[in-house]
Design a protein around this ligand. Structure first.
Ligand code: SF4
Ligand code: SF4
Length: 177
């Protein structure tokens, strides 16, 4: 078995790569599938979001974690089966946070990838355990951006994994609303 691939994403911040390094990705206009759900918010996200919106209106808690809340939308093409989508998803399929504030929560950058954490002290120097990055299971079925371009994910991990992830006690992205 070959050694795991370890990539330095930001200075001193490494991840273990758990997907095929040949994987390519480019977000597809009008897809919006990953915006049909509530979005997990880490504490730094909450602070940044407070500068953009009223947290009481736009967030909710579930199992002790904070999320951007979902709401019903009138359009069929930018909603989940229950007719809901992320509060910030506009009718034209754009993210109002990104459009108006040039910012989005860390979890939104990570998709279609997924972050998990290993027990401390094996492949990288992160004290809380190695950060591993893989492709989210549901993305294989729903994300239209996989395998559609020449842009290798492994060469652009900084765009998917904000440096704040290495500052968190729990940077895992599995929690869903
Ligand atoms: S915050 Fe923006 S990018 Fe993130 S899920 Fe909502 S609409 Fe999509
Ligand atoms: S599911 Fe994939 S292609 Fe669709 S909007 Fe999200 S990241 Fe882009």
């Amino acid at each position: 078995m070959s050694d795991p691939l370890v990539v330095e994403v930001h200075a001193g911040n490494e991840v273990v790569v758990d997907f095929d390094p040949a994987l390519t990705f480019e977000c597809v206009e009008d897809c919006t599938w990953c915006c049909h759900h509530g979005v997990l918010l880490y504490e730094p996200d909450l602070l940044a979001l407070a500068d953009c919106a009223n947290l009481g209106e736009v967030t909710t808690q579930f199992q002790g974690r904070d999320f951007v809340r979902q709401e019903s939308k009138d359009r069929d093409d930018h909603v989940d089966e229950d007719g809901e989508a992320c509060y910030f998803l506009r009718d034209d399929g754009l993210c109002s946070l990104h459009a108006d504030h040039d910012w989005k929560p860390a979890r939104c950058s990570v998709f279609p990838l997924e972050v998990t954490v290993d027990e401390p002290g094996t492949l990288t120097s992160r004290r809380g355990g190695d950060i591993r990055v893989s492709v989210r299971e549901s993305a294989h079925d729903h994300c239209d951006g996989l395998h559609v371009s020449e842009r290798r994910v492994v060469d652009n991990l900084g765009a998917f994994l904000p440096a704040v992830l290495w500052e968190l006690d729990d940077p895992t992205t599995l929690a869903v609303l």
